[in-house]
Design a protein around this ligand. Structure first.
Ligand SMILES: NC(=O)c1ccc[n+]([C@@H]2O[C@H](COP(=O)([O-])OP(=O)(O)OC[C@H]3O[C@@H](n4cnc5c(N)ncnc54)[C@H](O)[C@@H]3O)[C@@H](O)[C@H]2O)c1
Length: 279
């Protein structure tokens, strides 16, 4: 086993798994030792390719990966994805909601495109709500996972859900009203779902990175060429996060090491939003 392996078993469902954070997170789950992994994306060819690639990273001898086409903004499509996962693997232990769209049309609020506003909320927040609702319905019916350590055995609960937020879940930036609104709402959804699901022992957290080097960020760099300089100036590490840095944190949040962490939204920005200036 690799030194990174921290899950002994379990089944993971990852949306947005054809690209960027979702794809890398799914690979990290394969490497961490899950037995089943569902790669869900609206881009079904990308999801199939990622599912195939994941086999080379898998550490569980029973590992199987399947790809499912989903449009997270469509409630029926999300329900089909959850039903297909339970049918294939019998349960869902880890559910990662990474499908999303970025700041596709930068504009100050007086000039914001309302169609873009609606589309962003449909995908980023309504889509996440559809996933959290359907997955918690499945999780609450399953037996908890147990963990045995040198201190004995404890329950890990019926599942762990991670919603991918953003540093824009906490701070605003000019020209980002649609994206920022959707990512702030995601924290409300995460906290509400976490408190509602205490009784089922399902943990729900959000991770909130600043810039992460993915195809979404590359598209932003094309739209706003000065962004590369902005990232260097704003990030104390003078760079965007890597997908691996985000994926490893998501796997940690699903691991036994994080069994007491619930309802949080952790900013991952190398300290960029601290009030103290970092030279
Ligand atoms: N890249 C960044 O700088 C950054 C920073 C903070 C947060 N995030 C968030 O991380 C998440 C993943 O972003 P990424 O950078 O990996 O982007 P990405 O564009 O590389 O991947 C997003 C994936 O989501 C899929 N998707 C989009 N709409 C969908 C839908 N309706 N149904 C199903 N799948 C859909 C896309 O096909 C794509 O595979 C997003 O929620 C994004 O807001 C990204």
């Amino acid at each position: 086993m690799s030194s990174k392996t921290i899950l002994n078993d379990g089944v993971a469902l990852v949306t947005g798994a054809a690209s960027g954070i979702g794809r890398e997170t799914a690979f990290a789950f394969a490497e961490a030792g899950v037995r089943g992994l569902v790669f869900a994306d609206i881009n079904d060819q990308g999801a199939r390719e990622a599912a195939e690639e994941s086999k080379q990273y898998a550490k569980n001898g029973q590992y199987r990966a399947v790809a499912v086409k989903v449009d997270v903004s469509d409630e029926a499509s999300v329900q089909s994805m959850v039903d297909a996962t339970v049918k294939e693997f019998g349960r869902i232990d880890y559910s990662i909601n990474s499908a999303g769209i970025g700041n596709v049309n930068p504009a100050l609020t007086p000039d914001a495109d309302l169609e873009v506003f609606s589309r962003t909320l449909e995908t980023n927040i309504k889509g996440t709500m559809f996933c959290v609702r359907a997955v918690t319905r499945a999780m609450k019916e399953q037996e908890p996972l147990m963990h045995t350590s040198r201190h004995g055995t404890r329950s890990l609960g019926r599942g762990s859900i991670i919603n991918v937020g953003s540093v824009n879940s906490y701070v605003a930036a000019p020209g980002m009203v649609s994206y920022t609104t959707s990512k702030h709402a995601l924290i409300g959804l995460t906290k509400s779902a976490a408190i509602d699901c205490l009784k089922y022992h399902i943990r729900i957290n959000a991770v909130c990175p600043s810039w992460v080097d993915t195809p979404m960020m590359q598209a932003s760099l094309k739209r706003v060429p000065q962004l590369a300089q902005i990232i260097k100036a704003v990030s104390p590490l003078k760079r965007a996060a890597t997908v691996e840095e985000v994926a490893d944190y998501i796997v940690f949040l699903c691991s036994p090491s994080a069994s007491y962490i619930n309802g949080t939204g952790l900013i991952m920005d190398a300290g960029a939003t601290l009030t103290a200036h970092v030279a």
